[in-house]
Write a protein that binds this ligand. Structure first.
Ligand code: FE
Ligand code: FE
Ligand code: ZN
Length: 277
């Protein structure tokens, strides 16, 4: 069974996302836990969250992959920005427990001229502050394109963050195909080699989800501009190999391609047609 979905709007609540997922042939999805560019978070309606959990179990969805706001920067130079990141993540993780046992993906952050060493330390500090032994949510570090001073541009940086986090059993990695490609990992010509490197450095047991995107830019561009499946430099064939790869094929795949909801439905159908059990 291919677990495939896309980003859905949380504006009408949890149950509405589950229904929309069903309507477009998705059996997982991503959603922002709060305004992706701001800070506000709506209170969770427990009945609404329970209704989504009902849909998820009735239709055997894969793990959901919530996304932290883009404004969260755990390794900012400004203490106020770091405090927001800490408080928002702690609050999001409490809210995630209304839909227990899923994933919460975040961008490690940008070190803004402080250097990667400080960046790694500050991100691990934040995780050591907010992770709780009793949480059922696994927090995913997203592989990043390495735009500007973005952290998580290589597997080594993610590994160091994981190693410095006490409750590292609560951590995993979400591999974004556009980002790793932009970061210089050749998933088109050497997917096995890239996954082998991931395994040697981080360990494949940490790999929990995939953001499935094409890229508008060539290998190693460090740009981070997503393209529709088959309309970028990665191409449909390589992305079809990604969803069918034996070490990846059971993971939840989330589309973050520039599409409206009908476009997502078409990409989901296309990928299902090209998936072999
Ligand atoms: Fe992301
Ligand atoms: Fe992504
Ligand atoms: Zn991106």
């Amino acid at each position: 069974m291919l677990f495939i979905g896309c980003h859905l709007s949380a504006s009408k609540g949890y149950k509405a996302m589950g229904e929309q997922a069903l309507a477009i042939g998705a059996n997982t999805f991503a959603f922002f836990t709060r305004n992706p560019r701001g800070g506000s978070a709506k209170a969770v309606d427990p009945d609404d969250a329970a209704a989504l959990c009902g849909i998820v179990s009735e239709h055997s969805f894969g793990k959901l992959v919530a996304h932290a706001p883009y404004t969260m920067n755990a390794c900012a130079a400004d203490e106020n920005i770091r405090r927001f990141a800490r408080e928002a993540m702690a609050d999001d993780l409490r809210r995630m427990e209304f839909t227990p046992g899923n994933y919460y993906n975040f961008h490690p952050g940008s070190h803004v001229k402080q250097g990667t060493e400080i960046g790694i330390e500050l991100i691990a500090d934040q995780l050591n502050t907010v992770l709780r032994p009793e949480q059922t949510t696994i927090v995913l570090l997203e592989t990043m394109a390495g735009k500007g001073s973005e952290m998580g541009r290589c597997f080594e940086e993610l590994k160091e963050i994981i190693d410095r986090t006490e409750l590292s059993d609560k951590l995993g990695v979400c591999l974004d195909t556009c980002h790793v490609w932009d970061g210089g990992y050749d998933i088109v010509n050497d997917l096995d080699g890239v996954l082998g490197e991931f395994d040697r450095i981080i360990g494949l047991d940490r790999l929990k989800a995939v953001h499935l995107n094409d890229s508008m830019n060539p290998l190693g561009a460090h740009k981070d501009r997503h393209a529709k499946i088959g309309e970028g430099h990665i191409g449909a064939d390589a992305l079809i190999r990604v969803i069918n790869h034996p070490v990846l094929k059971k993971l939840p795949f989330i589309l973050e391609t520039p599409n409206d909801i009908d476009g997502y439905a078409r990409e989901i159908a296309f990928l299902r047609e090209n998936f072999s059990e």
